[in-house]
Ligand binder design. Structure first.
Ligand SMILES: O=C(O)[C@H]1O[C@H](OP(=O)(O)OP(=O)(O)OC[C@H]2O[C@@H](n3ccc(=O)[nH]c3=O)[C@H](O)[C@@H]2O)[C@H](O)[C@@H](O)[C@@H]1O
Length: 410
């Protein structure tokens, strides 16, 4: 028996309804699929702004002006004296620069903050981190493929080692090893330029000091940690193919300098009429330093970076021998401390209240004098600023910076 037409219609309607239902379900599935996808991409977007708080800033800061020619450089100790000047010079010529600094209290941290502000105004971001923080450093290398590391973070100062020996081990040994560890694991491995010190010559009496001279008689723990750093560099170069250049700085001075150094603390005392303690050698002999102006040292650092060959390893694996170098960066003309005081007296038009005492056995050496033949030949390094010109620039900066004690320009 034929089914009534309404039954057919009913069935027909049913199948239409099923079809609509099916389509509806498919549409709903699509809808939910996209709905679920959207929050996750929103979540990503939510992550990105927090990325931009410092990670994106790091990425921006590391970008060279010209990707094909510029370097991406990580500068440790960027809020330090040499670190600030090197970072500015790199940025100015078009390299991308990211700084790291722990802003410790060895000397007035507000000076470090002011240097860091100066860097930021010039497009260099300084991340607050200790070089012993391997996680932070590794994170930086995940964000940026640094071509070079200029490692300047260190516990500086010769005499402070008597007070706080552990800080030298922490920064100059453990910190250095950590920087090398992170660099050797990076892929690609960066080339490294780092700050050693003229103090490694210690009690060496052959003048001028050349890179082949003895450096196994340190007079201070500071010097011993810097020399140890050079040996550690040798091991990392040998095992992992890291390209490493050590620069032996000779008593660097200049604007934005370190308040713990003689020329800086003497300036402060002379301007407020406080006595200064001048060390002298045996038989009233002078104590002398090969004072080197910051701009000359910066040129040496950049030349070291530009002539650095690539590291040969990748992600911890060595694939061939790599470059290992050490250079003196000095001025080649030692000046007695008493003469520094005379120059400052003339420039400041102030008579210093000198207290002359025999040099205590505090880690100091009697003199330093750089032979720079190797740096001249390999780096084209040629210092051009004599002590009087350099001190004049420093004093002008000092008077400007500490404007509360500002006098007329010298
Ligand atoms: O070239 C280097 O290797 C070192 O140079 C400086 O060390 P230093 O030469 O001792 O610099 P200052 O502390 O500024 O002393 C300079 C001279 O002034 C003398 N001095 C220092 C302080 C003082 O109160 N009186 C004084 O006569 C010292 O004996 C020394 O001859 C830096 O402080 C070190 O970090 C660096 O590594």
């Amino acid at each position: 028996m034929d089914k009534p037409i309404h039954t057919h219609r009913f069935r027909y309607r049913c199948s239409i309804t099923k079809l609509i239902f099916c389509w509806f379900t498919i549409l709903l599935a699509f809808f939910f699929f996209f709905l679920l996808k959207t929050p996750s991409s929103n979540a990503n977007r939510r992550v990105l702004p927090s990325l931009s708080t410092w990670e994106n800033v790091v990425v921006q800061s590391a970008k060279p002006r010209d990707n094909s020619t510029g370097h991406s450089v990580l500068v440790t100790g960027a809020a330090g004296f040499v670190g600030t000047h090197v970072s500015l010079a790199l940025k100015e010529r078009g390299d991308g620069v990211v700084g790291v600094d722990n802003f410790n209290k060895y000397y007035d941290p507000s000076l470090k903050r002011r240097r860091s502000d100066l860097l930021l105004r010039n497009g260099v971001f300084v991340l607050e981190a200790d070089i012993n923080d391997s996680e932070k450093l590794a994170k930086l290398f995940r964000l940026v493929k640094f071509t070079h590391v200029v490692h300047l973070a260190a516990q500086a100062g010769v005499r402070y080692a008597l007070k706080n020996p552990a800080s030298y081990v922490h920064s100059n040994i453990a910190g250095l090893v950590n920087v090398f560890e992170v660099c050797k694991s990076a892929n690609p491995q960066p080339s490294i330029v780092w700050a050693s010190s003229s103090s490694v010559y210690g009690l060496n009496s052959k003048v001028p000091f050349s890179e082949e001279d003895r450096a196994d008689q340190p007079a201070s723990l500071y010097a011993a940690t810097k020399k140890a750093g050079e040996e550690i560099a040798h091991a990392y170069n040998h095992i992992y193919g890291l390209s490493i250049t050590g620069l032996r700085f000779f008593t660097v001075y200049g604007p934005w300098g370190r308040p713990d150094m003689m020329y800086f603390s003497f300036t402060k005392n002379m301007l407020i009429g406080k006595p200064i303690v001048v060390f002298e050698g045996p038989d009233h002999g002078s104590v002398a330093r090969d004072f080197t102006y910051i701009d000359d040292v910066v040129k040496g650092c950049l030349a070291a970076l530009d002539t650095a060959e690539k590291s040969t390893g990748s992600g911890s694996r060595v694939e061939g021998p790599a470059q290992l170098r050490v250079f003196n960066l000095g001025n080649t003309s030692p000046v007695p401390v008493s003469e520094v005081v005379s120059i400052m007296e003339t420039l400041l038009r102030v008579k210093a209240k000198k207290v002359v005492v025999p040099m205590p056995r505090n880690g100091d050496v009697l003199f330093t004098h750089a032979n720079i033949s190797l740096a001249r030949r390999e780096l084209g390094y040629m210092p051009t600023t004599d002590l009087k010109a350099g001190l004049r620039k420093f004093l002008n900066w000092y008077l400007d910076y500490y404007s509360e004690s500002k006098r007329e320009s010298v």
